[in-house]
Ligand binder design. Sequence first.
Ligand code: C2E
Ligand code: MG
Ligand code: MG
Length: 566
Amino acid sequence: MDNEKLLQYYVLLEKLADAMFDDSPDNIEKLKKVLAQLCKLLRISKGVTRYFKSPAHEARDKGDTIVCYDSGEKSVIAMEMRIVTRTLSVAHCMVYMAEGEPPLEDDEKEKVKRIMRATLNYITRNRLQDYVERMTFFDDAGYPNLQSFTRYLSQHAADGTLAGQTTVHFNLRHFTLINQEIGRNGGDIAMRNYYDKIAAAVGEGGIVCRVGGDSFVAAFAHDRTEAVLDILRGAPTAYDLQNTKRIMVSACVGVFVLPEDFEFRTLSDVMDKLLPCSRAARDGGQETIVVYNNNMAAGKEKVMRIQQLFPQALENGEFKVFYQPKIDIETGEIVGAEALCRWIREDRIVPPMEFIPVLEQNTDICKLDFHMLEMACKDIRRWLDEGKQVVRVSVNLSRKHMMDVDLLEHILKIIDDNNVPHEYIEIELTETTTDVEFKDLKRVVNGLQRAGIYTSVDDFGMGYSSLKLIREIPWNVLKVDKSFLPVDNDSEQSTRSIMFKYVVAMARALGLETIAEGVETENQVDILRNNRCSLAQGFLFDKPLPLEQFEDRLEKHRYEMKSDHH
Ligand code: C2E
Ligand code: MG
Ligand code: MG
């Protein structure tokens, strides 16, 4: 090699090094250009690299091929090189020379070798980077993950283009059920297709990431919001590869539109707003999209305050049992009572709706429920000891208890420690939403049943009442929610009247006692009678009463039924 060529060679080598350390997106193009020049200089007509993720991929010849340079001449292989990296990926490099070209001189060979080695190193390092990127920013199923979301937010914040964008957090609805229905495989395909729909609506500029299971977050330009929400409200989604079978997929969504003065510091600046919204969307009945507003911050403060006050308040005995009588409308007798919680805080009575949903956000509610059961047991024991009239008392247990595998033992321990005969206790449980909960519920009710403790389905008809719930679980009592109870101006043909009639008839056929909740008028008592529902609870008879008043009531014992002529 003459001096001029040698100089050229070193200049190109320097360029090659630059290209290899270049971080810009078109560095591969730059690299190819330098390699082409080097090839020409070293009389190489074609250079090819191949990359295999593992020796197994190599054996099956499944790899990526990059042609770095090709003069187009008819060529034969001149040199080959193969390297195996420490992570066991394999890379090959082949260089060709045009037919008839004299063979490489020794010093040329050395130079070609050096370039081949550098190129292979570069390729494997580059692939490794890709791989690390995939591991960091994508989950196992190939969805972008929370890390990607954070990167998106911080990049846009740095560019000043984040404020005004819409962010959402969403949970696919009933996806466990969907998986059961169409199989795991179908579920995966449906999720992917649904994701693709949302990603399309979000557009090139936005991002959709999976944060686990069936939960996702997304961020996108504000003008895309309606298109995205449209899909989240529900979209028929294919769940087979042939694209023929479809299932409706929808989501519970929290929405937070980043205000103009929004400052992004950490991920929680966004998530702390989104998560309570999507939780509210999931738990709150009809509304499946909840948009963040500033009042929610106030709500959150209230929540935190209650959570802070709770332990001390429980210890101080601020939670009292109020008893609401249950009446046999044929005789007017009190046949039972429901224990309802009241928080006496600074001489004010706080109603349960203000604190129970808050306590249900963690397991505080369980402590409260056990406290209520304990207090009720103590009252019953005292009535028995004083030779007073005693009725069965029902205690409400939150669904949160279903996670507690020792629930049954806990309940029995409280009752037995207080030496209360089991027939005086009834446990009220509400309907469940998921299948897992259903199994737990069934186990708990069966256990209570065996221990001789009454069980009732509370608020029947409110939520996700299913026939399965009352057919497969051996309840004693069905408490028909007041939303099922006809009101005075309902005709007998109204949906409410008809539903009420059939629910009561069905419960009777299944051997369940029925009690109507929220009875407020004489008229409703007549309706109960006509439908042979003989038990009632409601303001017409009594509000939930503090202990002493309830004891007075028990003494008096009987209500004068106005329509006793029946
Ligand atoms: P629930 O178990 O369905 O209790 C019946 C609710 O209906 C009570 O509300 C009661 O005061 C109300 N009510 C009774 N009669 C009438 C009526 O004629 N008209 C109307 N409009 N309402 C009537 P309260 O005491 O405010 O309790 C609300 C809910 O809070 C309860 O509904 C129950 O789900 C929950 N709760 C109360 N105490 C406890 C407790 O100790 N533990 C748990 N886990 N939940 C409780
Ligand atoms: Mg109840
Ligand atoms: Mg109820």
